[in-house]
Design a protein around this ligand. Structure first.
Ligand SMILES: CC(C)(COP(=O)(O)OP(=O)(O)OC[C@H]1O[C@@H](n2cnc3c(N)ncnc32)[C@H](O)[C@@H]1OP(=O)(O)O)[C@@H](O)C(=O)NCCC(=O)NCCS
Length: 154
């Protein structure tokens, strides 16, 4: 089964929330996550269904942030997360962004970001409402040098 990565459309909104619900990341809008800007979202489609989704936000001319990335658990380990993350990174890089921030709380995901993208932890941030892991009360703030990654990896 092959997946495709596409820009999200308004029709994908409910499916994106359903993907995020698998990871308790569907509390949107909330104090943790503002309303989704679907113009900055990608979906991974598999047999016509949304198997994963990812969104980003431009913070300044050279700084961006990934806001959400989630894959339905039954489709993990197939490279869909990498393809969605790469779609966001390519788009941000082409828009002039050179540093990318990501807040996350799952230990295995933190390792995934560090291993594949060279992120390093630059701080922590207290959560302000229930989002993602319910028993973890803070985010690890990770930063990625997008310029270095593009020169080395792509
Ligand atoms: C983190 C997350 C996005 C990763 O997505 P994924 O699709 O499972 O990840 P990938 O398949 O791209 O990569 C996972 C592994 O599979 C490997 N892989 C890539 N293509 C593959 C393929 N065709 N077949 C088998 N394995 C493959 C990757 O090399 C990677 O290896 P690793 O174990 O050495 O890291 C996903 O697990 C997730 O949704 N997690 C919960 C939500 C979350 O924490 N989101 C991020 C914070 S907002």
């Amino acid at each position: 089964m092959n997946h495709t990565i596409e820009k999200a459309s308004v029709e994908d909104y409910a499916a994106i929330l359903s993907v995020m619900e698998s990871w308790n990341m569907h509390h949107i809008p909330s104090a943790e996550m503002e309303e989704l800007d679907l113009s900055c979202f990608f979906v991974a489609r598999l047999s016509g269904h949304v198997a994963g989704a990812a969104g980003y936000k431009v913070l300044s001319p050279d700084k961006g942030k990934t806001t959400l990335l989630g894959i339905r658990p039954q489709f993990s380990g197939m490279g869909i997360g990498r393809d969605l993350q790469n779609a966001m990174l390519d788009t941000m890089y082409n828009a002039g962004i050179r540093t990318v921030l990501t807040n996350t709380d799952r230990p295995e995901t933190i390792l995934w970001y560090k291993k594949h993208y060279g992120y390093r932890q630059i701080g922590t941030l207290k959560k302000i409402c229930n989002f993602s892991l319910p028993d973890v009360d803070h985010w690890c703030t990770l930063e990625m040098d997008l310029d270095a990654y593009m020169l080395k990896e792509r």
